[in-house]
Design a protein around this ligand. Sequence first.
Ligand SMILES: Cc1ncc(COP(=O)(O)O)c(C=O)c1O
Length: 330
Amino acid sequence: MPATTPPLRLLGAADVLEGLRALRQQQPVKYAAFYSSQLGGVVTDPALMVIPFDDHMVHRGHGIFDTASIVDGRIYDLDAHLDRFIRSAGRSNLPLPATREQMRDLIVGTTAVSGMRDGAIRYWLSSGPGSLELSPAAGAEPGFFVMIFAGLSYPDRWYTEGLKVMTTTFPIKPSLYAITKSTNYLPNVLMQMEAKQAGLDNGVFIDAAGHVGESSNMNVAFVTQDGVFRHPKFDHILSGCTSLRLLELAQALVTQGLIAGVEVCDIPVAAARAAREMMLIGSSIKVASVVEWDGAKIGDGRPGAIAKSLLGLLDADMRSGRDRLTDVPY
Ligand SMILES: Cc1ncc(COP(=O)(O)O)c(C=O)c1O
């Protein structure tokens, strides 16, 4: 914003488009394609990837979203993410704008238009525009949006040296909201900002009973001193599609004798701090070791062998996992 207030301009459609383009030039983005049910199609010019300000997803947070990864020209685990999307819609009292099959086709179709062979997909369901009230406006149609973009990227250091995290001072979301992937991410945002401001990589939510919850946009898991891969229960945190898949894939490590077992249970903080390994898990981070938590080392303070094996299993599954990959008709 300039130091002095310039005279107010009354803008026409061309000025608005110019303004939107200028915004994108000022802050270059790699958004490859965007589908909007409100626009009735796909745009590839990032300046046109817009949602009306009075959509209740924007001003009230009445919307939900989910993700999926594009790997080597195929979409990984789309159905698991779509199942969670539909569950989130139900909990948020948001009607689906189309059948599951139609939404799936729109996601795959938008990916095809984007031409992107490695990247990420996010899709949203909004309550729709039409008023500044709380409940959906009369006649509002739910909006469905799909974005194809390069994906989040994290420093190499997270994988070579591991992450340092802190227990956040922000309260964990009440369970109903934590298990719903809504556009209300304020606690998650504040937690991550707090950690970054403290010179750390991320935060960890602890619940009122003193059990480990999750991180900002990632799950947290552990390997105990006796070699059990242990994950918090999913009743008070998001059901991470990556975690759920890794809990299955980890059976291979049991067979190989690398871990003693796999457990989903409440994890008291004290037990968690005594773990041999701690890791963050999610679609964007995949698997990365936490080596320090609240200034204390986890295990020997170096990235763990099991986290590395799990990352290998996940990578292989993302590239060649049978019945988990969706072809894209580019
Ligand atoms: C709060 C939260 N927890 C966990 C996860 C990990 O979920 P997934 O593995 O499906 O990416 C995410 C990411 O979507 C998240 O936002």
